[in-house]
Ligand binder design. Structure first.
Ligand SMILES: C[S@@+](CC[C@H](N)C(=O)[O-])C[C@H]1O[C@@H](n2cnc3c(N)ncnc32)[C@H](O)[C@@H]1O
Length: 247
C-alpha cells in the first residue's frame, strides 16, 4: 500500500463515523492523519511547489494539513460557523488541499466544490469522495482550477472559503474580481490566514498577507468587508466579506 493509500484509508476510517451514524447532523470527525509536531517542524506551512506536477513530498504535505494538533488551533467547525446556515447552499473551497475544510463542509451544505490547482490534491480528494456515504458523495465535486481563475461558473457559489491559501494567490485583486463573478449576489467570502507574527505554526513570512492588505484588496475588488476577527483563533485572522450585488 502506498503512503497516499494509507492516508486515504485513514481519512476514510475517520469518515466512517458518518456511514455508521447515518445522520445528516453527524459532525465531521477530527482527521486521523496525525503527525506529532516535531520541534522546528512547520504545520500547514510548506507551500506546495508551483507549478505542481508531481514534485515534492505530497504525503508529508497531506499529513501536515491533517495534523491532529491542527484542530486545536484551527477550530474548523467554529470557523465554518462564521458562514451561518449553509443548508441549500453551494460552497467553494479554494486551495482545498487535502480537503480539510471541504469534507467538513460536506455534511453542512448542499454542494461543496473542492478547488485546487494541484492535480495531486484533486486526485486525493477524489479518492476520499468515493469512500463517502452516497448521500454525502453526491454533494462533493473537485475542480482543477487555474492559478488566476477558480473556474467557477457565473454566480455558482453562495459561499467561498479560502483558508491558508490567500498568500499563494498572485495578482490578488484581479483574482478576487474574477472570483466575485463566480459568486451569487450577496455571496459570502471567508478568508482565514496566518497572522504576521513569529508563530509556532504557519508558513514563512513571505507567504503571509497582513490583515489591512487583505481588507484593502477585497475592497478594491468590490467586496464589502463585514467582519474582521483577530481574536477567535490564536494564529490566524478571519475575514468575512460580501460579494455585493454589482458584478
Ligand atoms: C497551504 S495549502 C492549504 C490547504 C487547505 N486550504 C487547508 O487549509 O488545509 C494551500 C493550497 O492552495 C493551493 N493553491 C495555491 N495557489 C492556488 C490558486 N491560485 N488557486 C487555487 N489553489 C491554489 C495549493 O495547491 C495548496 O493545495
Amino acid at each position: 500500500m502506498t503512503n497516499q493509500a494509507v492516508l486515504v484509508f485513514l481519512l476514510f476510517f475517520s469518515l466512517a463515523g458518518l456511514v455508521s451514524c447515518g445522520q445528516e447532523t453527524a459532525q465531521p470527525p477530527e482527521s486521523p492523519m496525525m503527525s506529532t509536531e516535531r520541534p522546528g517542524a512547520t504545520t500547514v506551512s510548506e507551500p506546495i511547489p508551483l507549478p505542481s506536477t508531481g514534485h515534492g513530498n505530497f504525503e508529508n504535505l497531506v499529513a501536515d494539513y491533517e495534523n491532529n494538533d491542527r484542530s486545536i488551533w484551527q477550530q474548523p467547525d467554529l470557523v465554518i460557523s462564521f458562514l451561518g446556515d449553509l443548508e441549500g447552499k453551494t460552497v467553494a473551497d479554494i486551495g482545498a488541499g487535502s480537503g480539510y475544510f471541504t469534507f467538513r463542509l460536506v455534511p453542512k451544505a448542499s454542494r461543496v466544490i473542492g478547488i485546487d490547482i494541484d492535480p495531486r490534491c484533486i486526485e486525493f480528494m477524489d479518492s476520499v469522495k468515493v469512500r463517502l456515504p452516497e448521500k454525502y458523495r453526491d454533494r462533493f465535486e473537485s475542480r482543477l482550477a487555474k492559478p488566476e481563475d477558480p473556474l467557477l461558473k457565473p454566480g455558482e457559489a453562495n459561499a467561498v472559503i479560502i483558508v491558508n491559501t490567500y498568500g499563494y494567490l498572485e495578482k490578488r485583486v484581479e483574482y478576487l474580481t474574477t472570483l466575485k463573478k463566480g459568486m451569487s449576489p450577496e455571496g459570502q467570502l471567508l478568508i482565514i490566514d496566518f497572522k504576521k507574527n513569529n508563530l509556532p505554526v504557519g508558513p514563512a513570512e513571505e507567504f503571509k498577507v497582513a490583515l489591512p492588505v487583505v481588507e484593502k484588496e477585497l475592497t478594491q475588488a468590490g467586496f464589502e468587508v463585514t467582519k474582521l476577527d483577530t481574536k477567535t483563533l490564536d494564529y490566524q485572522y478571519i475575514v468575512l466579506a460580501k460579494a455585493g450585488s454589482k458584478q
